[in-house]
Design a protein around this ligand. Structure first.
Ligand code: FES
Length: 403
């Protein structure tokens, strides 16, 4: 049975997001990619069965001929002839974590050009290769700009300074579906120009020099989705910024940050890392991230905590600076019990690790919540300190409160 996504006229407010930020691969007839379904800020796209008959078309994959149904994505066409795709890295198959056309992790040479297989419609006569090793990776990256606040992995003393403290770039695509996504214009961007690691590193280096700061960050979306791209990017950034003051900073949800990936990234030049720990309990993680598959949610959550422990045991603080993020809002945590348990677990790893709790405000699809008050955030701070943490920061509507 084929599926398509249809506009829900009652919910649609004609904001134009689906025409400007999300690039529909085939507006005239839906191919069932998931970009608008996940990215519409109003949630105004519904899944529907598509009963229209489909012809078979001929494609060439790795030099062999196949017949597949028309009006589906390249990813679905490959699945129909036995190729595997996966939502978790280092498993058998092509890693396709965002499914919205931003991360290019699933990108394959299609008619000679690297294009995301989850977001490209299959066409008659198409020539597809499944080996990308020889290709320069691409990814949609945007927003090269200076910042005065920094991210989760920015040391607290810098956050309290005046003026710009770092420059940052933002990577499209995320493996989570948080209703509170704070950066959804980037996360669901499939219309931007994909860049090579060298192009993106050169852009950020230029912005660094222009604004005379030493820290260069990448955030998202989720920067870690396209590992090959990210490793090459940090290597190039390091090559272009050889001075001892240069700091290369990665902010991440850490949900796919396996030990091998951590080693690769630190070897490539990462000096500062900011894992954002979403929760302790899988139910809370699912409530926040909207990952429906419980086994996948468990794996993501487990990996993020393991990543923190692995970095603390092997790299922190000598080789890398690590600062953790914890989101807070009453809708996620009706009381502070889980926050306290998270504090205990982090203190057990190392009580000196910097932890910054973020006051989640109404955003994206979750606009019925209220931003926590500064007093609520003070209670979060006290709770984390009571659990034994020594360096707790909370973000409030009036700025950061430090340790
Ligand atoms: S999984 Fe296809 S672009 Fe991210």
């Amino acid at each position: 049975m084929f599926t398509k996504y249809v506009r829900d006229k009652k919910k649609c407010v004609n904001c134009g997001f689906c025409e400007t930020i999300i690039r529909c691969p085939r507006p005239e007839s839906c191919i069932g990619c998931e970009a608008c379904f996940h990215g519409c800020p109003e949630g105004a796209r519904n899944l529907a069965y598509d009963f229209e008959p489909r012809r078979k078309i001929r494609i060439v994959v790795d030099g062999s001929d196949f017949e597949v149904p028309e009006r589906i994505t390249v990813k679905k066409a490959l699945e129909s002839i036995g190729h595997l795709f996966t939502r978790f890295p280092e498993e058998e198959g092509i890693f396709a974590p965002c499914l919205t056309g931003g991360c290019f992790s699933c990108a394959l040479p299609i008619n000679g050009e690297l294009r995301p297989s989850c977001h490209t419609g299959v066409e008659s006569g198409m020539v597809i290769e499944t080996n990308v090793e020889e290709r320069t990776p691409l990814r949609i990256i945007e927003g090269f700009s200076p910042h005065s606040m920094g991210g989760v992995g920015t040391p607290y003393q810098l956050k309290m300074g005046i003026g710009y403290i770092e420059v940052a770039a933002f990577a499209a695509g995320c493996n989570l579906r948080c209703g509170t996504c704070q950066n959804y214009h980037v996360t669901y961007n499939s219309s931007g120009l994909p860049l090579t690691p060298k192009e993106a590193a050169a852009n950020l280096t230029y912005v660094r020099k222009r604004f005379r700061v030493d820290r260069m960050a990448i955030s998202g979306g989720e920067a870690t989705l396209n590992h090959r791209w990210l490793v090459e990017y940090f290597k190039e950034l390091k090559r272009l910024n050889r001075d001892s003051k240069a700091r290369l900073h990665l902010d991440t949800n850490a949900t796919i940050l396996t030990k091998r990936r951590i080693d690769d990234l630190i070897q490539a030049g990462v000096t500062d890392i900011g894992p954002d720990l979403k929760a302790l309990k899988v139910e809370t993680f699912q409530k926040l991230t909207n990952i429906q598959d419980k086994e996948l949610a468990k794996k993501y959550l487990h990996t993020s905590w393991e990543a923190v422990k692995y970095i603390a045991d092997n790299y922190y603080p000598e080789k890398v600076f690590m600062g953790l993020g914890i989101p807070y809002n009453k809708f996620i945590h009706p009381n502070l019990d889980e926050i306290y348990e998270m504090g205990l677990k982090i203190a057990n790893i190392d009580p000196e690790i910097q932890v910054c709790s973020l006051d989640y405000r109404p955003e994206f699809r979750k606009r019925d919540i209220v931003q926590p008050t500064p007093d609520e955030m003070k209670s979060v701070k006290k709770t984390l300190e009571k659990a034994g943490l020594k360096k707790v920061i909370v973000q409030t509507s009036r700025g950061h409160l430090g340790p």
